[in-house]
Design a protein around this ligand. Sequence first.
Ligand code: SAH
Ligand code: AVI
Length: 320
Amino acid sequence: MNIGRDKHINLEIQSAFATDTFHGLSQIPKSLPCKWFYDENGSRLFEAITKTPEYYLTRVETMLLLDLVSELIEFIPHMAAVIEPGSGSSIKTRILLESQPKLQRYVPIDISEEFLFEAARQLRHDFPALKIAPLVADFTAPMPALTLDAEVERMVFFPGSTIGNFTPEEAKQLLRNIHTMAGKHAWLLIGVDMTQDEDILLAAYNDVAGLTAQFNKNILVRANRELGADFDPTYFSHRAYFNKRERRVEMHLVSEKNQEVKIHRQAFYFEQGESIHTENCYKYSRVDFELFAHECGWRFEHVWTDQQESNFGIFLLKSM
Ligand code: SAH
Ligand code: AVI
């Protein structure tokens, strides 16, 4: 394996990627965790997806945020710290940072190290009075407790409907972990996509420009570069469809022929039509999400929803 070949690679993250890849490709059906989409290239591809006309989630959530920040200050007048798991480019977060006069500290957390540090560098430049403390971490693992004084009013910002990328059981664990990390009296502002219209969903995950396909295949490109695999991405096709029963969009990489792929010295066989399940994007109902969050220690306070283009919602919750 080429561990350490690329000077920018974080060895701990790369070793977890290797373990998950060997494990996921040995399963029936084959699967890979979607967190491994996000190396620097994957993060850039995700940003490009957010700008496609079909991907309503970012556009709609940004509009909602622009509208809600003046109300948010009434709920949390002394917000001093914002913590964001899966912060990516932090572009949407800028709306919050600009609107909260008492804010002192922003903690972006992401697994995509270089992208995170670049976003933090730009934020430091644009918000010189704010303490920006980026953290490279996998937020599915228990997160370290925050080193904040108990009286500091803090809000966890978890936008994008990233919560939808986890099965309900995993999502509950994540909400509990966030609760433990943030402590009592914390707030959680979380974006949740509740759109069920199949046409809108299929368009969003099958954009005409093919960026979602590239994003999906990036996991193979990354395995080639970081693990010495020999995937030929041209022999895998992107597939996204709405699984109505599970209320989730599923993304797959489908093998176009019978083929063998080697990773290091281990061979993996793919039959024509066999898929690697790479991502789920669950679409909740409002009631389900509220009950769900409540079970994890978060009390419903308010929701802002889009009524025009989709059924995206931003929930404000308070820890119990
Ligand atoms: N919050 C941004 C980005 C969403 S994309 C927005 O709303 O637009 C999802 C982000 O979560 C990516 O930046 C990805 O690198 C990060 N991510 C995904 N799984 C992660 C994990 N397990 N731990 C830490 N970061 C993760
Ligand atoms: C980050 N996450 C919420 C995106 C989503 O819509 O589930 C990732 C994505 N997958 C395909 N397009 C975008």
